[in-house]
Design a protein around this ligand. Structure first.
Ligand code: SF4
Ligand code: SF4
Length: 481
């Protein structure tokens, strides 16, 4: 371990310069030859870890219960990409509502930008499913079966033995079982609880595709949590990659207080030093880090803000009787200049855009119609003139009932005046979330037909309630008779 003891010798300066030059060039989990460096983090414990464990338990319970929670008999969340059925907080959405989805996604991205700008990667440490499952479930099982980080490391170096085999087999069996449960739950969000229960209780041959997806998800999650681990955050996660572009010196992140900590030195050396820093150079913060980085080097891509180093350092501060918070949630500016969080132009800009987007989204959701109707003139059909001179066009109709109630509909002509709709067959009676496909005639008095193409506005009524107005065009003679 490198000790940084002032006055720094030339040798130490050279080594430290080397460290500082490489830590941003190479991930902590990859060595010079490009090979993976397996991380054995010490078991975290402390105040923040306890809070995170409580919050993670809540999130895990919600995740597993989610597919089986109904709101007024409808799923809390259903993301059925296979059948293009989406239910969010009990509200059904259809491919026709795609613009709402896009708007919600843009609002979410702006929210993430704003949140990250102010609070750094709080999401990663506290709520990201990868961190929650990895650190609060899989890692804990590993400590329980394989012991501390040191024991794991030395056992992995030893050749296979009965004890090692049993521990590894037990650990991986439990890992696979939990990964399989996570894969099952993930699938339940995609296909809905009815189809999910039919898949897991029936013969695999009856639901072969869903069954294969469940197995594939289970294997994928097992690979991520048993082998891939922190690489998901450092190599794959796009959010982690873009944080460097979002964070600034005002952002609150897990930070080492270099003004208070430096110059670092052991307690023994500090006794002989005029102005020692509070950091005792114990490296407990590095040994506990699940991504293998050294927080002394400042904010880094790999830091998932998991707070483990904060707890580890506070425990050391207790031992050496110095105040907590040498590593804490703080902005660069708050440490460097003692500045409190400043509302800057970027924050105001993101906030204004976010408020505008949320306002628009709320308006569109509130005014969203219960139905979605499309009406198109039947291809290949011209207009026809009736005995009394009225002109008619035949149309194909498609109506989606977006509600959970059956609806009976009447379609009226709002303009031009005197027009009417005659259904081919009876008026549409549409079951919940069903699609009606049929045909109708629109009939317009000849004096209202203004040419080859006249605009027509239709009103869709359910009893006295107007559900939607739809525009279409009406074909007539070049000049009305
Ligand atoms: S745990 Fe605290 S005292 Fe120990 S090296 Fe890290 S910052 Fe310094
Ligand atoms: S530096 Fe600290 S907060 Fe960041 S990942 Fe490592 S232990 Fe977690």
């Amino acid at each position: 371990m490198i000790k940084i003891d002032p006055p720094l010798t030339d040798e130490v300066k050279r080594i430290n310069a080397g460290r500082e030059a490489t830590f941003r060039d190479r991930l902590a989990t990859i060595d010079e030859s490009g090979k993976r460096v397996w991380i054995y983090p010490n078991k975290p414990k402390g105040r923040y870890h306890r809070y995170r464990a409580i919050f993670a338990s809540f999130l895990i319970a919600v995740f597993f219960a989610g597919p089986f929670i109904d709101i007024n008999g409808h799923p809390l969340l259903l993301l059925n990409v296979f059948q293009r059925e989406f239910v969010i907080l009990g509200q059904p959405f259809y491919p026709q509502d795609f613009f709402l989805f896009v708007l919600a996604m843009i609002a979410l991205i702006v929210f993430i930008l704003l949140f990250t700008l102010v609070f750094g990667r709080l999401w990663c440490g506290w709520a990201c499913p990868q961190t929650v499952f990895m650190e609060m479930v899989f890692r804990k099982i590993e400590y329980l079966i394989e012991g501390s980080a040191g024991k794991q490391k030395s056992r992995n170096k030893r050749p296979m033995s009965f004890d090692k085999f049993i521990r590894k087999a037990l650990k991986h069996s439990i890992f696979f079982f939990i990964s399989f449960l996570v894969g099952n739950t993930f699938m339940a969000y995609l296909i809905g609880k009815e189809q999910f229960l039919a898949t897991v209780t029936g013969s695999p041959a009856d639901n072969l595709i869903a069954f294969n997806f469940i197995i594939a998800f289970g294997l994928l999650f097992y690979f991520i949590f048993s082998r891939f681990r922190e690489q998901a955050c450092t190599l794959v996660c796009p959010y982690g990659r873009i944080q460097g572009a979002i964070l600034d010196k005002n952002s609150i992140v897990v930070t080492y207080d270099w003004l208070r900590g430096e110059p670092r030195m052991s307690v023994k050396r500090a006794e002989k030093h005029d102005n020692p820093g509070d950091c005792v150079n114990c490296y407990a913060c590095v040994k506990v880090c699940p991504t293998g980085i050294d927080i002394h080097n400042g904010t880094q891509l790999e830091c998932i803000n998991c707070t483990a180093c904060m707890d580890a350092c506070d425990a050391i501060m207790d031992k050496v009787k110095r105040p907590h918070g040498l590593i804490r949630y703080a902005s660069y500016n708050s440490i460097e200049n003692g500045e409190k969080l400043k509302v800057d132009a970027r924050m105001v800009g993101y906030s204004a855009v976010l408020v505008g987007l949320l306002g628009l989204l709320t308006f569109l959701l509130v005014t969203r119609s219960d139905i979605e109707m499309s009406i198109l003139r039947t291809p290949g059909m011209l207009y026809h003139t009736m005995e009394d001179g009225e002109i008619g066009n035949l149309y194909n109709l498609k109506i989606i009932n977006k509600t959970y109630d059956s609806i009976s509909l009447e379609i009226e002509v709002e303009s031009p005046e005197g027009g009417r709709v005659e259904m081919v067959g009876s008026s549409p009676e549409i079951e919940p979330q069903e699609v009606y496909e049929g045909a109708c005639f629109i009939i317009i008095p000849p004096e209202q037909v203004t040419g080859v193409k006249s605009p027509v506005v239709l009103r869709v009524m359910s009893g006295d309630r107007e559900l939607e107005t739809v525009k279409t065009s009406f074909m007539g003679p070049v000049s009305s008779p």
